[in-house]
Design a protein around this ligand. Structure first.
Ligand SMILES: Cc1cc2nc3c(=O)[nH]c(=O)nc-3n(C[C@H](O)[C@H](O)[C@H](O)COP(=O)(O)O)c2cc1C
Length: 476
């Protein structure tokens, strides 16, 4: 087998009945860090810390604070056999968090123009380097956006996930990144800040601009202005010291064949100039006010166990119609186990339920999803699929990557809408791709990219993950 063919990556990232990624500790090596550390000046985003007060009082900083921490910050701690794990406002397959966010500030009063790194662990912005020439970055932006002041750049470091999930970790990295990008998008919507979201970028100029190595892949950009917030009376902050990266999650080349991933990465680099096709035009429906959204994002958790009971059809329709109206490029299949006033079976949701097959399918759902108990006890399993003609040409490779990121969008939207309805939810990446195709009777070339389960969270103490989150829930 020529493992460096990009199409092989598609095969290698699929779980089939006879081949599944190995589980945790896939390679006998140290777990990679899930974030970077920088030296240099740090601007804290924590409202309680008053140092750097010129930044704290800057109105743009107040908006950035409203976005970054709820979109990607630490919201809880979980213990695995006394080993603390920091959890974020977004879910991540296996808690690997293979995503980083950089900010490019082109022109904001009070901020030196340049590259900043958001540290979710420290909830602060590190000043990485001063930049006055943005021509390299502009190579990946459409004409309109070259004037915009703020660009969030999202990168993935696949090793943080491939370490655990082998090639499937590459897929998870893109989906995880989509979860984070979608959070930024919904917050900008709630703040009524217009923005453009790139789910396709040319990684090379961005990598050069950020000065990052080949193991980190720029995969998305969100560009916007906060012009109405700018105030001419803002004082210019003192100079910042630029820093360098201290901890990086380097992959270990001799333990893993990166050929298929590199081949795919090369192929998916767009030939054409940036165009509107690179943007994701998904809609948020409904748009939440900021305070409601803040609560939904910062109290979000993945359910680990469900009561085996019925959920209401109205709540489910709220979730599904929100996802359908988002106009993301997915078919939505529903495997109903126990929803009030619905016959169990397989449905397709297209602004209403279309029954494809009535049957009791709990056992099948369970087997397809690696015998995960959470799936067996869920009230409904959702599958999001798209069509791909392989990934051997540029157009399809780029589309595959774009859709994986956007699968994270629909996954995160599912979390937000389900939480709003008081339903428990979890993304599910552990399933057999070949079994699902058979089970849902998918069209040729139709591929399920992500699944989520919904239900009523289990109340029994012993079934809940040992998670400080529940102890930390604010009283009001
Ligand atoms: C792409 C993706 C796939 C996931 N797959 C599974 C899964 O198969 N089974 C499961 O129990 N949780 C799954 N999760 C949930 C993660 O385990 C969870 O997000 C992580 O442990 C962090 O916990 P939190 O979401 O409560 O913050 C998945 C999450 C994502 C984003």
């Amino acid at each position: 087998m020529n493992v460096s063919s990009p199409n092989n990556l598609m095969n290698l990232t699929r779980n089939t009945k006879d081949r599944v990624y190995k589980g945790s500790n896939f390679f006998e090596c140290e777990r990679p860090e899930r974030y970077k550390r920088y030296s240099g000046s740090k601007i804290p985003l924590n409202t309680l810390i008053e140092e750097n007060s010129l930044f704290s009082s800057n109105p743009v900083m107040q908006v950035l604070r409203k976005i970054l921490s709820p979109a990607f910050g630490v919201t809880s701690v979980k213990y695995y056999k006394h080993q603390p794990e920091l959890l974020r406002s977004v879910p991540s397959a296996g808690g690997c968090y293979p995503i980083d966010i950089y900010l490019l500030i082109r022109s904001v009063k009070g901020f030196p123009p340049g590259v900043y790194y958001y540290s979710p662990i420290e909830n602060g912005l590190y000043f990485v380097s001063e930049q006055n020439d943005f021509t390299t970055l502009d190579l990946t932006l459409i004409e309109l956006d070259k004037e915009l002041d703020i660009h969030f750049i999202f990168t993935i470091s696949p090793w943080r996930s491939c370490w655990k999930y082998s090639y499937r970790g590459y897929k998870y990295s893109l989906i995880d990144a989509g979860h984070v990008m979608f959070n930024v998008k919904v917050i900008l919507d709630s703040l009524k800040i217009d923005h453009h979201i790139y789910t396709q970028v040319n990684p090379q100029p961005v990598r050069t601009f950020l000065d990052i190595n080949d193991e980190e892949v720029p995969i998305g950009i969100i560009s916007f202005n906060i012009s109405e917030e700018q105030d001419q009376s803002i004082e210019v902050a003192p100079p910042l010291n630029s820093g360098s990266c201290l901890v990086d999650s380097k992959h270990i080349p001799h333990l893993f064949d990166w050929g298929p991933i590199y081949a795919f990465e090369q192929l998916s680099i767009p030939n054409s100039k940036p165009s509107k096709d690179w943007l994701c035009s998904s809609k948020t429906s409904p748009t939440f006010d900021y305070d409601t959204l803040l609560k939904l994002l910062t109290t979000r958790r993945s359910s680990s166990s469900f009561e085996r009971t019925y959920i209401s059809k109205d709540s489910l329709e709220f979730v599904l119609s929100g996802m359908y109206k988002s106009e993301l490029p997915f078919n939505i299949y529903c495997v109903v186990h126990s929803v009030q006033n619905m016959i169990p079976g397989i449905y397709k949701y297209e602004d209403g339920f279309k029954l494809l097959k009535g049957d009791e399918l709990r056992e099948s759902s369970w087997e397809i999803c690696f015998n995960q108990e959470i799936v067996k006890n869920s009230s409904i399993v959702l599958y999001f699929s798209s069509k791909f003609e392989g990934i051997n040409d540029k157009e399809n490779a780029a589309l595959f990557k774009k859709y994986l990121i956007e699968a994270g969008f629909i996954g995160q939207l599912c979390y937000i809408l389900a939480n709003h309805q008081g339903l428990g939810v979890s993304s599910i990446g552990g399933f057999y791709d070949d079994k699902i195709e058979e089970f849902l009777e998918l069209q040729p070339n139709e591929e399920v990219l992500l699944s989520t389960v919904l239900g009523l969270p289990e109340k029994s103490e012993k079934k809940i993950k040992e998670d400080l989150f529940r102890l930390n829930i604010p009283e009001n």
